[in-house]
Design a protein around this ligand. Structure first.
Ligand code: BGC
Length: 255
């Protein structure tokens, strides 16, 4: 058990990568707050995720792009568990549109959840970690698109590039207080965000042909790296991005 006695907040943990991280953290002994955006089928999914955890967890509804929501969520976690040792900024959304058609609403939605959300959640948690005086771990789930452009996804790539620089800056500012800050950059992982591609055999085969490892990643592939970064074993690791992408970013153009 690598996270015994720790308390972790995972945003967007009602599905996909976030859910796998929440489950894996609990299997390693951590209490986990399962953040989700309230509404629709997400409420049930979050409840089921909490029920699936190996340790006691809680549902933690909040729109991560709204500071008042985030502060209320952090207070409810502190009421229940008294501290937060680990935060994973995983909540993320995508809008696919040509650059010339992107609206202000599209832009603000994607930047709001992915980048502003990561900032607001991390800042609120780090303030608490400073009060605790015992360091902590901040892990952002970015994407290979924190570095690689993706035509049709300008707001998404911009948000992920922003997460990269936010992480690097935070790592330097928080080194002296023992807070490790790192990114995990997943490639093409089989999760709901990629459902349309997964359902289309031609698009799926195209995607796989670009992945040197020859398959989509699984949420568990990302969760195992998150456990390492959240554990004491990663005590000297900060300011880095860990690619979990089956070699996708190293791929050369094939023609
Ligand atoms: C995106 C996926 C995409 C993958 C690889 C991820 O960040 O969410 O839609 O398949 O990057 O390009």
């Amino acid at each position: 058990m690598r996270l015994n006695g720790k308390v972790a907040l995972v945003t967007g943990a009602n599905s996909g990568i976030g859910q796998a991280i929440a489950q894996r953290f609990a299997a390693e002994g951590a209490h986990v707050a399962v953040n989700y955006l309230a509404g629709g089928s997400r409420d049930e999914a979050a409840k089921a995720t909490v029920a699936s955890l190996a340790t006691e967890g809680i549902g933690a509804p909040a729109d991560v792009s709204k500071r008042t929501d985030v502060e209320a969520m952090i207070n409810s976690i502190l009421e229940k568990f008294g501290k937060i040792d680990i935060v994973v900024n995983n909540a993320g959304v995508e809008v696919k549109k040509p650059f010339v058609d992107i609206t202000d609403e599209d832009w603000q939605f994607v930047i709001g959840v992915n980048l502003t959300g990561a900032f607001v959640v991390a800042q609120t948690v780090v303030r608490q970690m400073l009060k605790q005086g015992n360091g902590g771990k901040v892990i952002n789930i970015s994407s290979v698109h924190e570095d690689v452009p993706f035509p049709g996804y300008a707001p998404y790539c911009t948000s992920k590039g922003g997460m990269r620089m936010l992480m690097r800056n935070m790592a330097l500012e928080l080194a002296s207080v023992g807070i490790n800050v790192n990114n995990i950059a997943p490639g093409a992982i089989a999760t709901p965000i990629n459902q349309a591609v997964l359902n289309d055999p031609v698009a799926s085969a195209n995607a796989i042909s670009e992945i040197p490892w020859g398959r989509f990643g699984k949420p568990a592939d990302v969760a195992s790296v998150a456990v390492f970064l959240a554990s004491d074993e990663a005590g000297y690791v900060t300011g880095s991005t860990y690619y979990v992408d089956g070699g996708l970013v190293q791929q050369v153009t094939k023609y």
